[in-house]
Write a protein that binds this ligand. Structure first.
Ligand code: 13P
Ligand code: SF4
Length: 382
């Protein structure tokens, strides 16, 4: 049984610039109380037929995920988008950086739609293009830029992905971060890892055997990232000071508490969690890995899961023969993932079926070219 009886609140909107635009839904948004919403979504999907393909990230609400043609983690969804050249419309039920990646990986004739433009990601917003350019200048001044390979987590804007493509780097997701870092170390001596310090540190230290002192944290709000040139030169992994406001809530105490409460519990967390949480966990991996691990677990086993709540609640429903508990005692959703609700989905689908293209996500040609270089390097990883 999933423990969700506590008051619910949401996290993750942070500095999202998209939420300030007030342009998330031009036109009539159906009320959430409309009892015909499910039927309307089905009817609009039927009208669009093969012209439409709906992608759904695992953190989406149940009311939305039921309409996804495919569900997945960021990596799987990027591959699925690239593998649908026949679909005129890709409706992305996820967040802005995922829809941008879909636009980059699809043809010019295809249109990618995000049902609510306010669905950003606070982590992605923690690395702006100008900040990353400044960081690169600091690396040039320290005399190391030619041996640093930039790797950006999928959770970053298209211009950061393009920056990595231009500078010999690649994109990674939570399911291939280790392979991406191994690839990067074949190209150079040091890695700049953007924007999630936790995924970078957890991968380098726990999966690849680097020491914590091989890593430094570059703070874009401090001169030279708050680091001396010597510290930059000595580091093997330069971590950007960014994090996920949802996964950052889990603490080492949460792990100790749940182990005290549920003897024999297996602790399973996403690698965006802090290093001390991942160190104490039994299993760590992407959202797709989390689902597969629960699927393969024996009946009667107990699991405490440290990731976004929509997914943890769904796991409790999917696997009633196992006990699935949320790792934190307080409960939170990712607010921006939650922006995509059934009224927005119905509005987007009906608009498309009526011939009105709405909330299209487009990336300019030059950014697309270089971001695709970085994404293709990731997709080609063994
Ligand atoms: P996954 O790549 O594991 O789906 O994670 C995406 C994400 O946004 C996690 O916060
Ligand atoms: Fe961004 Fe994922 Fe964290 Fe939401 S859960 S803020 S989408 S990294």
């Amino acid at each position: 049984m999933t423990t969700t009886s506590l008051p619910l609140f949401v996290l993750g909107q942070g500095t999202d610039p998209h939420s300030e635009r007030g342009v998330d839904c031009p036109g009539e948004l159906p009320p959430a109380s409309d009892p015909t919403l499910v039927a309307r979504a089905r009817a609009a999907k039927d009208r669009l037929g093969d012209r439409l393909f709906v992608l759904g990230h695992h953190y989406q609400r149940d009311e939305v995920i039921q309409f996804a043609d495919v569900t997945g983690d960021s990596f799987k969804l990027a591959r699925e988008a690239a593998a649908r050249p026949g679909a005129e419309y890709i409706v992305f039920c996820g967040v802005h950086f995922m829809a941008e990646s879909a636009d980059i990986l699809t043809s010019n004739a295809q249109r990618v739609v995000l049902p609510d433009l306010a669905a950003g990601c606070s982590m992605a917003d923690m690395a702006t293009f100008n900040q990353v350019e400044e960081c690169w200048e600091a690396l040039e001044e320290a005399g190391i830029a030619d041996q640093v390979v930039p790797i950006t987590y999928m959770n970053s804007s298209a211009d950061i992905k393009a920056f990595c493509g231009r500078h010999g780097g690649a994109v990674c997701t939570s399911s291939n971060a280790r392979r991406a870092l191994e690839w990067a170390f074949e190209q150079g001596r040091q890695v700049l890892f953007l924007p999630d310090q936790h995924l970078g540190r957890n991968t380098a230290v726990l999966e690849m055997g680097f020491g914590l002192d091989d890593c430094v944290v570059y703070n874009p709000h401090r001169p030279n990232g708050g680091l001396t040139d010597g510290a930059l030169r000595d580091a093997r992994v330069i971590l950007w000071k960014g994090h996920c406001s949802v996964h950052g809530r889990f603490t080492a105490d949460c792990v100790d508490d749940v182990r005290a409460r549920i003897p024999g519990v297996n602790v399973l967390v996403h690698p965006e969690c802090r290093h001390e949480v991942v160190t104490k966990a039994d299993f760590v991996g992407s959202t797709e890995y989390i689902i597969k691990t629960l699927e393969a677990a024996p009946a009667g086993s107990s699991w405490a899961v440290g990731t976004e709540l929509n997914l943890v609640k769904r796991l409790g429903t999917m696997f009633p023969d196992k006990t699935v508990t949320f790792l934190d005692k307080t409960v939170c959703y990712c607010s921006t993932m939650n922006r995509i609700d059934l009224p927005h989905l119905v509005w987007a689908l009906e608009s498309l079926a009526d011939g009105h293209l709405v909330n299209q996500i487009t990336v300019d040609a030059d950014t697309t070219h270089w971001a695709k270089v970085a994404l293709d390097r990731m997709l080609a990883l063994p």
